[in-house]
Ligand binder design. Structure first.
Ligand SMILES: Nc1ncnc2c1ncn2[C@@H]1O[C@H](COP(=O)(O)OP(=O)(O)OP(=O)(O)O)[C@@H](O)[C@H]1O
Ligand SMILES: [Mg+2]
Length: 343
């Protein structure tokens, strides 16, 4: 294309010869070379230059003239080389810019894919993590029910266990609904709730077989901080995750103490805390404690705290960890308080 335009210009200027004089074919081949250099680069420029030279020589000698001498040819060739070199540089620049743009587009695409994979990985991890607990509870209730079914007169207990199984199945469904809602950006189901009531239920959910007898559990709720605005399923998930972490951290150590309580943080926020007598959070986890897939346990998924942070922050609160005076871990989070009048 560049070649065609350049050649056409070199040839079309022939009729101008009477105005420009003898050397007109060479002078007029120059714009042709410039166009060829601009559009095509090295080879189209050289081709147009050669055609211009040939046409010029034919035009001049056919009129009895001497044609272009060696000096003229050298000057003409010098012009052609300059144009060709400039054109080639421009073409290379264009090609490089185009390749860079393509590479950027590819990288962006890959980044989007990685982000999506990450989000999917996190969602899969969250689902596995949060469904693990109701499913374990269902299995343990079902085992107890099967065992009791053989005993005479245990029908009421079996019915109670079946009810618990149904409750846990419902809870699993709500968890799936919440995660689906979270992914599609749905709103929270915020309602005034009692922190104490939420915590007591969460403690029962976290320990389907009952609290271990060697754990001494103490509640320290402050009435003024009790009414909070919360999505029950979500906030209980935070509590369950923190209670399970505390119990796992204390393991089989003697004198296990778990304190769960609340206090007024400020006018707008209530603060809830869970303090255990375990070894405390490994300082190596440091800042990354709440990041997904960060775990200090051999069999830990590292999802619990990441999910908890996401839930607390979506409520407008904050979650953090502290070291208790006796060396154990304290996890605190804040939630919006319900204004006194509405509570
Ligand atoms: N109460 C605690 N005492 C000491 N360390 C803790 C406590 N709570 C959390 N941690 C540390 O923080 C890490 C991350 O906790 P997180 O709940 O996110 O993941 P996990 O418990 O390892 O696995 P999972 O996803 O199954 O809950 C834990 O592995 C543990 O090392
Ligand atoms: Mg955990």
């Amino acid at each position: 294309m560049a070649f065609a335009v350049g050649a056409a210009m070199a040839l079309s200027r022939l009729p101008l010869q009477p105005i420009l004089g003898d050397k007109s074919p060479f002078i007029m081949a120059t714009p042709g070379m410039i166009v060829a250099a601009f559009l095509g680069g090295l080879w189209p420029t050289i081709a147009v230059g050669l055609i211009g030279l040939w046409v010029g020589q034919v035009a001049m000698t056919s009129q009895g003239g001497p044609g272009l001498g060696p000096v003229g040819i050298v000057i003409y060739a010098a012009f052609a080389v300059v144009f060709a070199a400039a054109g080639e540089m421009r073409q290379r620049g264009v090609k490089r810019a185009r390749a860079d743009a393509t590479r950027m587009a590819e990288m962006h695409l890959r980044l989007v894919q990685v982000a999506r994979l990450n989000a999917m990985g996190e969602m899969a991890g969250t689902l596995a993590h949060e469904l693990n607990q109701p499913l374990t509870a269902i299995a343990s209730y079902a085992g107890a029910a099967r065992w009791m079914a053989h005993e005479p007169g245990k029908a009421p207990e079996v019915a109670e266990l079946l009810q618990k199984i149904a409750d846990q199945a419902m809870r699993a469904r709500e968890i799936i609904g919440r995660i689906r809602g979270h992914v599609s950006g749905e709103e929270l189901a915020l309602q005034p709730r009692s922190l104490a009531a939420l915590f007591r239920e969460a403690a029962a959910i976290a320990t389907p077989g009952g609290m271990r007898p060697d754990v001494q559990l103490r509640y320290e709720f402050e009435p003024a901080a009790d009414a909070v605005l919360a999505d029950q399923i979500q906030v209980q998930q935070v509590m369950v995750n923190l209670i399970r972490n505390a119990l796992e951290a204390m393991g089989e150590t003697p004198r296990q103490r778990l304190r769960i309580g609340s206090r007024v943080a400020d006018d707008d926020l209530a603060e809830a805390y869970i303090a255990d007598s375990g070894p405390g959070v490994d300082p190596e986890l440091g800042e990354n404690l709440f990041e997904p897939f960060v775990s200090g346990k051999a069999d830990g998924m590292g999802i619990g705290l990441a999910v908890s942070r996401s839930i607390v922050e979506s409520h407008g609160g904050r979650i953090w960890a502290e070291v208790a005076p006796d060396g154990g871990a304290v996890f605190r989070f804040t939630l919006p308080r319900v204004p006194e009048a509405a509570a």
